[in-house]
Design a protein around this ligand. Structure first.
Ligand code: FES
Length: 77
């Protein structure tokens, strides 16, 4: 396993699954394959983070992002 500098946490709890966390994970994967981000981030799937009504939920740079989309991430990376 390579060395990662930073982590992106994405909830894969049942409510977030219903709200599309799988397609979010795919989009994030695509984004992280592009050049400036390559090898710098590790995506960690988590259990419920207790923001179920606002899913899919992720945490980047110690910040909770509700109704997360890959575009939101683009600004944060
Ligand atoms: S299921 Fe994702 S925050 Fe609860």
């Amino acid at each position: 396993m390579g060395k990662y500098r930073k982590f992106i946490f994405v909830c894969t709890g049942s409510d977030c699954k219903e709200n599309g966390c799988k397609s979010l994970l795919k989009d994030i994967d695509q984004l992280l394959k592009t050049d400036p981000h390559k090898g710098k981030w590790k995506v960690v799937k988590t259990k419920c983070m207790d923001f179920c009504k606002s899913g899919p939920v992720g945490v980047v740079n110690n910040e909770v992002i509700k109704r997360m989309k890959a575009e939101d991430l683009r600004e944060k990376l």
